[in-house]
Write a protein that binds this ligand. Structure first.
Ligand SMILES: Nc1ncnc2c1ncn2[C@@H]1O[C@H](COP(=O)(O)OP(=O)(O)O)[C@@H](O)[C@H]1O
Ligand SMILES: [Mg+2]
Length: 355
């Protein structure tokens, strides 16, 4: 039985469909990410699951139970918001104990749960402080602690790290992964940050304009993006997209702008597109110096220490390559030959990935 099952969830605001027939499952104990740009409907989906906004149509099952018509408090969920939403007049202990107090949980049980969550989050020494006496990262821990003490069937996180600075965000990312390993709860976690999605998610569901674009493991989505939207949304630096023409016979793709012909044998869907205009996707790390077909001039080098990001011009096409740093590496003004292994070339026809 899945931890969460969402069927054909739909929401309209002012005549506009912002969540459009969304269906997905989250396995018991799975860390599932809803990923997409701002405004694509992620928060609305989470709020519908929580029962905070009604849906137009569709069903929501938590642990096999249809929660339609149930109040938020009866859905056995806990939600962590970007804004933390702590009570300013209560200290950390009472903030964390609050959901249990509301449910009239016995004092000893409450105390044990609050102390256990505080230990997991390493905030035991802060229990007497008020939220105003805490840093942003500490406040976020308290908000997470308040969700943990509930021991709900389902955790909902809405961009919980986006108010933190970059360094804290990456350490909290690790802590959340560790926390998930130790408590093993079912989590639906909303973010627009693809790094967060890739590092935390066991399953990622990518959205655009209220519609699911793809779902899969982080590696699936990176290696086999279902369409151009997913290909371009995931990956940093972003994937190179070039215009191409499928040669007669469908065994090669010509990229006139870069003056290159890519061999592409044994791809049945591509073979059926002979003569068609398509898009060629090449990840920056798939471009490697070597005896390859692409001749490119280095325009700019970004040195990231371990990697060099090269901005290149090949004919009239601009390309970005990511190379592991070795020695001084290529310099601006140099001409390079670059190769791509055929297996790493992605081809898109009418926006969709060709197999
Ligand atoms: N209460 C509301 N009333 C009207 N429009 C809303 C409301 N909440 C969200 N929207 C609209 O729905 C769309 C999706 O919003 P949201 O779910 O917050 O997106 P995300 O969390 O992915 O950024 C946006 O266009 C937003 O403006
Ligand atoms: Mg949102």
């Amino acid at each position: 039985m899945p931890g969460l099952k969402v069927e054909s969830l739909t929401k309209n605001y002012g005549g506009k469909t912002v969540v459009n027939r969304v269906s997905f499952d989250v396995a018991q104990g799975q860390f599932c990410i809803l990923l997409g740009p701002s405004g694509c409907g992620k928060t609305t989906i989470l709020r519908m699951i929580a029962g905070l906004v009604p849906q137009e149509e569709g069903r929501i099952l938590i642990g096999g139970r249809d929660v339609g018509g149930l109040e938020p408090k009866d859905r056995d969920i806990a939600m962590v918001f970007q804004s933390y939403a702590l009570y300013p007049h209560l200290n950390v202990y009472d903030n964390m104990a609050f959901p249990l107090a509301v449910r009239k949980t016995p004092r000893r049980e409450t105390d044990a749960r609050v102390r256990q969550a505080a230990a997991l989050l390493e905030i035991e020494q802060l229990l007497d402080r008020k939220p105003a006496q805490l840093s942003g990262g500490q406040r976020q821990r308290v908000a997470i602690g308040r969700a943990l003490v509930r021991r709900p069937s389902l955790f909902l996180f809405d961009e919980p790290l986006s108010n933190l600075d970059a360094q804290l965000r990456s350490s909290m990312r690790l802590e959340l992964a560790r926390l998930h390993r130790s408590i093993g709860g079912t989590i639906v976690y909303v973010t627009h940050d693809q790094t967060e999605a890739m590092t935390l998610g066991q399953k990622i569901i990518v959205f655009d304009k209220g519609i699911i674009q793809q779902e899969g493991s982080p590696q699936d989505i990176y290696d086999r993006p279902a369409n151009l939207f997913v290909a371009s949304f995931i990956g940093s630096p972003p994937i190179n997209i070039l215009a191409g023409l499928v040669a007669t016979g469908g065994v090669a793709v010509v990229c006139a702008a870069a003056g290159v012909e890519f061999a592409a044998e044994g791809r049945s869907e591509l073979a059926r597109c002979a003569g068609a205009e398509i898009r060629i996707g090449i990840r920056p790390e798939a471009l490697r110096p070597g005896d390859g077909p692409i001749r490119a001039v280095v325009e700019l080098v970004e040195n990231l220490g371990a990697d060099h990001i090269l901005h290149l011009r090949a004919g009239s096409a601009m390309l970005v390559a990511k190379l592991p740093a070795s020695g001084t590496g290529p310099r601006a003004g140099e001409t390079l030959s670059l190769q791509v292994s055929p297996a790493e070339l992605l081809f898109f026809h009418q926006g969709k990935l060709l197999q």
